[in-house]
Design a protein around this ligand. Sequence first.
Ligand code: SF4
Length: 387
Amino acid sequence: MAGLDAVSDPSKVCIKGMDFPDLENWAQSHGFRSGQALMLWKLLYGNNIWANSPDELKGLNKDFKKMVSENVAFKSLSLKSIFTASDGTRKILFTLQDGSVIETVVIPCSGGRTTLCVSSQVGCAMNCQFCYTGRMGLKRHLTAAEIVDQAVFAQRLLSSELGSITNVVFMGMGEPLHNVDNVIKAASIMVDKQGLQFSPRKVTVSTSGLVPQLKRFLRESTCAIAVSLNATTDEVRNWIMPVNRKYNLALLLGTLREELRLKHKYKVLFEYVMLDGVNDSLEDAERLVELVRGIPCKINLIKFNPHQGSMFRPSPEERMIEFRNALAAGGCVVLLRFSKGDDQMAACGQLGRPAEHQVPLLRVPSQFRAAMEREQVSPSSPFPVDF
Ligand code: SF4
């Protein structure tokens, strides 16, 4: 895979950060018709083309192609390496223009689905206590081009082997709604009907609960939303997800209840990572049923993936099943999810490479100290060679 053309000439315009109206305006500003812009758009994002250099712009008007070749940077990231987990999940490492490394995961699923998990930031500022990426702190937001390019590269690299990507989740490194402008734009490029053509229902943006940005996303985007809930009391959520100190459960869930009234046939996906002795009691299940009452939703119960230095342990499987049954009995639509890719650190909450100086963990509330003082958990398998 060739290197970064955006690096070699920063004066060039980064084309993957434009939506179609931007591209049309840009082409017109150089004296070309919108029909030419549409042809270029289809070459960039059309099936089995995903053009990544001027050489791949077959059939474009000669003058337009020359102008594009002179003024456009096609790639905003370059391939560093790919790891394959034993279940077929691929973790792709990309290098960005400034040398930062981000991770993108491609997950082959049953029923012919292939899910792409994209990163939206280098690191993350949210400091969720159970998350490996959170230990990095925030380095920077990704541009819309860097987000879209993860999808384009993944299609180019893996679609012949794994089939076309059918679903996109913004659940890689970062809090997507902390980078809301670029995420809304990237998602709109991904669902363009003449381009990458993902169904808006199959592009899911996840948030830890940034309420103002959540409202904005629900009003401006047609894509799906997932909310990482993970606790049923403010006390626990303030600890494991510090964002809750600013936007507590009542505010977060009240906002969803209100905003979803304005949307037609729209459901939020609640994600609930199950942590042994922390958030997995039957009282938690009962509270969860009440908390989500009146919100059109599905709930995913996720098995926690231990990582190096993690103080949490996954809930035992029997408890996850009991918890699932209690939610179902309370009328919730609920699924148990055992993450894929964990032997290559490609699973939920396992992305990134914290530096030596990590963001410190918060103090464990006294009532959970006994549960936390058990033996610390190690990763289930060694890190990949250059990880
Ligand atoms: S779980 Fe998501 S929001 Fe929380 S620290 Fe990790 S990447 Fe950030």
